[in-house]
Design a protein around this ligand. Structure first.
Ligand code: LMR
Length: 400
């Protein structure tokens, strides 16, 4: 009965790792998936995470019971504070409904399923380009996906004019997906001034912001600075949705820990919204896993652990920034044709190199460098040992 099933293509991002794993070359480098690596090229478990896990293991009162459908209550409260700020009026007025979800993707999915059921407008505008999973998540949830201009290939920066024009012509009430910081895949973010203009435009047209916050603390090294975009929207008293992930900033990739927060107009609405979120979650996965959320809650509620986390987070962000400089210098030293200043101007985990599909294929074939075909490289996967090899590959690809 399944003989007609055709083989699906690999995922454009996770499939890069599949190809990388098959390559026997000793010089291979995986710059595909956005996952942090140490200078030695190894995955990193933060010390603070190890300590929190130790505390959990040694606590005899901990059991493996089901969590509520909405997840760990402490985790939800602390996650909302982390993104909106502890002095956020929306939190103080109990206007935020937060549910623990399966990392960023799960939060986006639950949020968009809720919107498809309960929100008047079914169209979501996503930036062009955006993370490859976004259109799939929203379409499967029942939303219709349109794009707004975001990236300008000529400047390798923001097409701010295009963005404003496209949002101006979106139908009133449409949902708009915004990357809270460290836009994936471009590494190009609006300035605070530009965020303020986007906010004014969106509020004047009644567009509903849906923030994807997958990199809080990873862009600048500061948790507060990286949440500014979200906070200016919440400060005006209007509604928004936020999907948070702890994959990158706590290195909890495989634990699948995240949160969806819906900022509502009143505490009463928030209670009703939360009750409906439970109806989305229960038939999908019943209730979320306990371990990762317990790690996060342990760290967020303990002053000393929280402080230790911010230091480790800053160290990861700083190492990525130093890789940008190293790669830029290496290309300059080789006299590689082109202006590569976008490597140091772009922020967060990724550089959108501007290399085309053929150049990427050449680099994979000849240099065993694995990256997504749109020319995105994960700076977090680089080390000072692999930068020269990457610079050689880029140089060869553009001078071919
Ligand atoms: C990425 O863009 O590489 C990450 O967000 C990982 C993923 O799930 O695609």
């Amino acid at each position: 009965v399944f003989a007609h099933v055709v083989k699906a293509p690999e995922d454009p991002i996770l499939g890069v790792t599949v190809a990388y794993n098959k390559d026997p070359s000793p010089v291979k480098v995986n710059l595909g998936v956005g996952a942090y690596r140490t200078e030695e090229g190894k995955p990193l478990v933060l010390n603070v995470v190890r300590r929190a896990e130790q505390m959990l293991v040694n606590d005899p009162s901990r059991v493996k019971e089901y969590l509520p459908i909405t997840g760990l209550a402490d985790f939800n409260k602390l996650s909302a504070k982390l993104i909106f700020g502890s002095d956020s009026p929306a939190i103080q007025e109990n206007r935020v409904a937060t549910v623990q979800c399966l990392s960023g993707t799960g939060s986006l999915r639950v949020g968009s399923e809720f919107l498809a059921r309960h929100y008047s407008e079914r169209t979501i505008y996503i930036p062009q380009p955006t993370w490859g999973n976004h259109p799939k998540v929203f379409t499967l949830a029942g939303l219709s996906v349109k794009t707004y201009r975001y990236y300008d290939p000529a400047t390798r920066g923001l097409n701010f004019q295009g963005l404003l024009e496209d949002l101006s012509s979106a139908p009133s009430g449409a949902i708009v997906l915004l990357h809270a910081c460290a836009h994936n895949p471009t590494g190009v973010d609006p300035t605070l001034d530009q965020w303020e203009q986007i906010r004014q435009l969106m509020r004047s047209k009644g567009l509903l912001p849906f923030f994807d916050s997958a990199y809080q603390g990873f862009a600048s090294g500061s948790l507060d600075a990286d949440a500014q975009s979200v906070r200016i929207f919440v400060a005006d008293g209007g509604e928004c949705l936020t999907a948070q992930s702890y994959a990158k900033n706590m290195g909890l990739y495989g634990e699948r820990v995240g949160a969806l927060s819906i900022v509502c107009s009143s505490a009463d609405v928030a209670v009703r919204v939360e009750s409906q979120l439970k109806l989305v979650i229960r038939p999908m996965y019943s209730n979320p896993p306990i371990h990762g959320a317990s790690i996060v809650a342990t760290i967020l509620k303990d002053r000393a652990l929280f402080h230790e986390w911010t230091i480790e987070l800053k160290a990861m962000a700083d190492r990525i920034i130093s890789m940008r400089q190293l790669l830029f210098d290496a290309l300059r030293a080789r006299g590689t044709p082109g202006d590569w200043s976008h490597i140091i101007k772009q922020i967060g985990m990724f550089t959108f190199t501007g290399l085309n599909r053929e150049q990427v294929a050449f680099m994979t074939q000849e240099y065993h460098i694995y990256m997504t075909s749109d020319g995105r490289i994960s700076m977090a996967g680089l080390s000072s040992k692999t930068v020269p090899h990457l610079a050689d590959a880029i140089h060869a690809a553009v001078t071919r």
